[in-house]
Design a protein around this ligand. Structure first.
Ligand SMILES: [Zn+2]
Length: 324
């Protein structure tokens, strides 16, 4: 016999107890360790800035139709497995897979650089994955990986049953994972969509912002701005003023640029002032509303920084201002 009423009553009491006594929040910038996330004590670990790269296989339901389970399995294995290899290669700090998609999280040193290199690699990989798929199954629906990137503060904890390792998962409370998922949902393969804060962090990197100048693999052209403005739907704040990147790695320069980005290089002398002014226009926003959004994001980062300072001064105290 199942004692349903007792279960529901216990949950009711548990909810009320959790709301009564807020958990403590411990700042873990520079010392975050996902294996040390608490599960049975009321304590969350905070990272001030985390980058989430979400990926999602387009038309995965249609890929299964009329196909043998083993064929579908090989598509998932090649596709999703390939993306996981990329995350691992670029030192993602955490990877979560949910069937036909998932996400990689990056924190600490060079988080934006690693995340962007991973995302651009997913684009390049996705192009090859799709052409191999089409060559093998000519009637396969058009597919590929949709990628969205977002960043911001998160609170993390292992949620679940403390004595059952298979019934607990790290939970990443905050906007980055949520917004990266929204970004991935509303884009298509070959168009990496990033939110406002991600653009703020990477737009001054010439290796990320401008092309190498190759056209269809032929060298010698003039470098151009690679990004376009995109307003993200279903994002209620200044993060919605995003940007989309439509290119993967160049066959001639990809490796060189990828290494430059990971080394922290940002400046290319060959970018002329006309191209840079294009970027300035894009970065600051040609309309007042985008300027305002950028200011809002900057103000938010300043609030975060002051919170971090306050928390550093008072490390283990309860930190309840977060539900603002
Ligand atoms: Zn090139």
């Amino acid at each position: 016999m199942v004692e349903l009423n007792e279960l529901l009553k216990k949950l009711q009491e548990r909810t009320s107890a959790k709301f009564e006594k807020m958990p403590s929040v411990v700042l873990k910038d520079g010392a975050f360790n996902v294996t040390k996330l608490p599960v049975d004590k009321p304590e969350w670990h905070r990272i001030t800035d985390l980058v989430a790269v979400m990926f999602d296989l387009k038309s995965s339901t249609n890929l299964e139709k009329g196909r043998k389970p083993a064929s579908t399995a090989s598509i998932y294995d090649a596709g999703v497995g390939g993306v996981v290899h990329i995350f691992n290669y670029f030192d993602a700090d955490f990877v979560d897979i949910q069937g036909d998609g998932g996400f990689g999280l990056f924190w600490g040193e060079r988080r934006y650089e690693r995340a962007l290199c991973a995302a651009i690699s997913i684009h390049t990989f996705s192009d090859d994955f799709e052409s191999q798929l089409e060559a093998k199954w000519s009637k396969a629906p058009s597919t590929g990986f949709k990628v969205g990137i977002a960043s911001g503060p998160v609170l993390a904890k292992r949620v679940g049953l403390s004595k059952h390792l298979d019934m607990q998962e790290p939970v990443w409370a905050g906007r980055p994972v949520n917004y990266a998922a929204k970004a991935a949902q509303q884009t298509e393969p070959g168009k990496t969509l990033v939110t406002g804060s991600v653009w703020d962090a990477v737009s001054n990197n010439d290796y990320i912002a401008f092309s190498c100048g190759c056209a269809e693999g032929v060298e010698g052209g003039v470098p151009s701005l690679l990004w376009e403005e995109r307003i993200l739907v279903n994002i209620p704040d200044a993060e919605k003023y995003g940007q989309v990147l439509k290119s993967g790695w160049c066959v001639n320069h990809g490796e060189e640029y990828c290494n430059a980005i990971l080394n922290g290089d940002t400046y290319r002398a060959e970018i002329d002032e006309t191209s840079r002014s294009q970027l300035t226009l894009l970065a600051s926003g040609s309309e007042g509303v985008k300027m305002k959004a950028r200011k809002e994001r900057r103000a938010e980062r300043m609030i975060l920084e002051s919170e971090v300072l306050a928390m550093r001064g008072n490390r283990r105290s309860t930190f309840n201002k977060l539900d603002r």
